[in-house]
Ligand binder design. Sequence first.
Ligand code: KE4
Length: 426
Amino acid sequence: MSSRNDQLFEQSQKVIPGGVNSPVRAFRSVGGTPRFFARGAGSRVWDADGREYLDYVGSWGPLILGHADPDVVAAVREAAGLGLSFGAPTAVELEMAELLVKALPSLEKVRLVSSGTEATMSAIRLARGFTGRSKLIKFEGCYHGHGDALLVKAGSGALTFGQPSSAGVPPEVTAHTLVLDYNDLDQVNRVFAEQGSELACVIVEPVAGNMNLIPPAPGFLECLRENCTKHGAVLIFDEVMTGFRVGPQCAQGLYGIRPDLTTLGKVIGGGLPVGAFGGRAEIMDQLAPLGPVYQAGTLSGNPVAVTAGLVTLRKVLAPGFFDALAAKTRALVDGLAAAAHDAGIVFSATSVGGMFGVYFSARPPASYAEVMVCDKDAFNRFYHLMLLEGVYLAPSAFEAGFVSMAHTDADIAATVDAARKAFEKL
Ligand code: KE4
């Protein structure tokens, strides 16, 4: 008899493309039937068949406190009872803006939106409006949402303009986008030397989390900062994933780099739809209604969603939160690596704050090219063995994983035990 997950997936595919509302959820990278979740609490989720899993996706990062945090749920319930949306300013949006500006020195002003894609799309338009330039640099393997200008793959050579990586994106839209190699300082210096005066912005994940986890190489972020300053280009840190995930001042605080603009999402919504972009006031003041760069949103700053984010951020910014979260995450990756070693499996793992990467390669990759040679098939086998052991990892070898504050030491130990069994069967 097919499982409830199978039934729901079969039905969903009749009315939703691929049966999912976001492609990565379809399990196409790892194969098999996606799990339809019915409930989450703390570090655990339960699927449509009632099976329980330790969750290391956390809705792709937002659930840093764990599922259904009682304080967040209670605050959302109360906010919802006062009205779901007004399409007008509310005091809670001001509270969020003031919290973000206080938390991040680089944020002089901030605007709230409803997703990370909206944040990055708007930040690029703003950088182009502020500089009067069109060209932008992104890095192969970094994902910044599905805005047209960012759905780009490297051209024939990394120093040529990008080709659309999706149907429906006109080549002239991506003709202004240069795709460089993450962590390649020489390439950045060369492109700026040749085209610096034409570059509106660089957008970068300060810790890459969309080609699995790749930390910045020493000097990489500094190289971007120096070149943007020298040539008058806007440095955009896309911290949608790293924002309040890797530290109380995000990746920019961890690495001591001050970007001109920052994009945020995920954690700042606590599981509800909130994105944001902010930075230097002289740039942000180019936005309508003050300036000529248009950007808008019916549900931008939605008071119920912002309430979820506010309660989440207040807990995340409590003293000691990130030390504890980073320690949990480090214990997980160290345990996984030790289990693999004991089983004689070629495997490595690393973490930054509350996010981690696992790789079927002898050492953590430092570039997109190195990620591409990791053993994807081994990951996929491992993935399903862990699923059978009741551990839910991101359903792709090219995604980062996330630990929540709700994960206990016993959860981490149980996960390592599950991995020990999985490695034995690989
Ligand atoms: P959203 O539009 O999905 O809220 O944010 C886009 C985005 C922007 N920037 C970074 C660095 C991101 O990681 C994301 C979204 N991350 C993916 C996970 N790899 C979301 C999962 C999905 O697409 O379903």
